[in-house]
Ligand binder design. Structure first.
Ligand SMILES: [Cu+2]
Length: 250
């Protein structure tokens, strides 16, 4: 099922169905719902196009040569020193393609991994074996105080606003701090969570709905159940949710 666009789903309700890949299209990419997702997809399609053309060209040439230069009675093998012009062509063209891809990728990379927007909503996520501990600073806007809002495996964010997530890995109750990977397939975003490091990422949703968070790094026997949920609200819905959570804390 196509996830509902913002216009139709601006009043997010918590019982909204999880957006899972449609059985018929699940072999392909899920629709992208982040601001930078379409740019990453575009790069992917450009690279897929170039490599497909080259792959087919190489395979066809291979077959033609296999047939044309097969062993035949009375025909001696021909020794060649190579062809400088051909070699120059098949060196320069890939070099140009790589430079173009580098420039295109760098532009997207800078957006995704560069400076985090100043107005981003701050959130902290501590990954443990085998859950995502989500923390909001609460009404005082300071992390680590009594009014912090915390959830387990439930990340709530507003649509159309950048969100900054600080990722850390913790070992609780005798469990190990290990490497996890915070993966939002629908956002085209994946970031390793490394013990001893605090890694900031950011993203902005372009539509509301409920999506999955996966741990994409094998982190122990319970790795398969390290699944979280991302609920994308309208900005008003998000504030209402946050307020509700904050009063629960008090
Ligand atoms: Cu994990």
């Amino acid at each position: 099922m196509e996830p509902k666009p913002i216009e139709e789903a601006d009043h997010f309700d918590d019982s909204a169905a999880l957006n899972l890949p449609h059985p018929k299209t699940r072999w392909w990419l899920p629709p992208s719902i982040s601001t930078f997702g379409p740019k990453i997809d575009q790069l992917f399609f450009i690279i897929l196009g170039i490599t497909s053309v080259i792959f087919i060209g190489v395979q066809v040439t291979l077959l033609v040569f296999l047939f044309r230069y097969r062993a035949r009675k009375g025909v001696r093998a021909h020794y060649t020193h190579g062809n400088n012009r051909l070699e120059l062509i098949w060196t320069v063209i890939p070099a140009i393609i790589l430079v173009v891809l580098t420039v295109l990728s760098q532009k997207v990379w800078r957006e995704v991994r560069g400076e985090i927007p100043q107005n981003a909503v701050p959130i902290q996520i501590e990954a443990e074996q085998f859950a995502w501990n989500v923390r909001y600073p609460g009404p005082d806007a300071v992390f680590g105080t009594a009014d912090d809002v915390t959830t387990i495996n439930q990340l709530h964010i507003p649509v159309g606003k950048p969100v900054r997530v600080r990722l850390t890995s913790i070992g609780k109750e005798g469990k190990h701090a290990v490497i996890h990977s915070f993966f939002l397939p629908d956002f085209r975003l994946k970031q390793d969570v490394v013990p001893g490091m605090a890694i900031d990422i950011w993203f902005e949703a372009t539509r509301t709905g409920k999506y999955e968070i996966a741990c994409a790094e094998f982190c122990g026997l319970g790795h398969y159940r390290m699944r979280g949920f991302l609920s994308i609200h309208s900005p008003e819905g998000f504030n209402a949710w946050l307020k509700e959570q904050a009063t629960d804390v008090m």
